[in-house]
Design a binder for this molecule. Structure first.
Ligand SMILES: Nc1ncnc2c1ncn2[C@@H]1O[C@H](COP(=O)(O)OP(=O)(O)OP(=O)(O)O)[C@@H](O)[C@H]1O
Ligand SMILES: [Mg+2]
Length: 249
């Protein structure tokens, strides 16, 4: 195996160029990365771009949504040039609404018992195995946990999810919703502990403008930059990163 091949097998390239550079090539294959941000910070867009970029490299992906119905998700994503309907139709990127899965399992879609959550987790795992996916997204872990009734149930579920994901071979991005302008990684304070990596999408106010920021907080097993970058979202390029401080000319 030559070096390039080895890097390709061991690292999962996000396809977001500046991020892969920051990470020294990509995310270690098989890791779980928490994508943290407040409402509108770009979590869904970043995760979809990660899956589409993977599909273009021949890596099958699955996107489990629980926050947005599929028609809304696809409508939003169709506004981006990177989004390719054909990759969805060909099954290279699979979009699955967890609420529909819950309904099919005969579960209450808004409230889960411990057994419901375990059943859902099993189905999620079966789907990932059956499709042989290399990339998995759950959008969001916050909304999933919100359906559990007690802190203990949430804690138990998060740890079960963590061990299921760790046993899978795919590289996972989980989104985590946090309040705006607060530096915390999760709603329940434990989601970050099952994550190998944390990406924080924030913003800074500058002259009345809100600038999107992007920072890799941690990534187990990988030396990486922790520099805060400016992030932009455009129809043409989706999520893009650039240095926050423009270098002096
Ligand atoms: N086609 C587009 N072109 C440029 N920017 C867009 C486009 N579509 C969405 N955006 C920007 O991206 C933001 C939403 O990004 P996204 O839905 O990925 O955020 P999110 O973190 O998932 O939000 P939420 O927590 O509400 O789910 C919008 O608020 C808008 O500023
Ligand atoms: Mg979203």
């Amino acid at each position: 195996m030559d070096l390039t091949e080895q890097v390709e097998n061991e690292l999962c390239q996000t396809g977001i160029e500046e991020l892969d550079v920051m990470l020294g090539g990509g995310v270690p294959t098989g890791s779980t990365v928490l994508v943290v941000g407040s409402s509108g910070s770009g979590k869904t867009t970043l995760c979809m771009q990660y899956l589409i970029n993977g599909a273009r490299r021949g890596e099958r992906g699955v996107f489990f949504t629980i926050t947005e119905p599929l028609f809304k998700l696809t409508k939003n994503m169709e506004g981006f040039d990177f989004y390719d309907k054909q990759l969805i139709e060909s099954g290279m990127v699979n979009l699955i609404d967890l609420r529909i899965i819950s309904e099919r399992l005969g579960l209450d879609t808004e409230k889960y018992t411990v057994e419901d959550a375990a059943a859902l987790l099993d189905v999620l795992k079966d789907i990932a195995d059956e499709l042989n996916v290399k990339r998995l997204v759950i959008d969001s872990i916050t909304a999933l946990c919100y359906r559990l009734q007690t802190k203990e149930m949430i804690r138990d579920f998060i740890f079960k999810l963590g061990s299921s994901l760790a046993a899978m071979k795919c590289t996972t991005f989980l989104t985590s919703e946090v309040p705006p302008r607060v530096f915390q990684y999760s709603q329940y304070g434990i989601e970050e502990f099952i994550a190998d990596g944390i990406i924080f999408l924030g913003d800074v106010e500058r002259k009345g403008d809100l600038i999107r920021t992007f920072q890799v907080i941690k990534l187990r097993g990988q030396a990486h930059s922790r520099t805060k970058l400016a992030m932009s979202i455009s129809s043409r390029n989706g999520v893009e990163l650039a240095p926050l401080l423009k270098s002096r000319e």
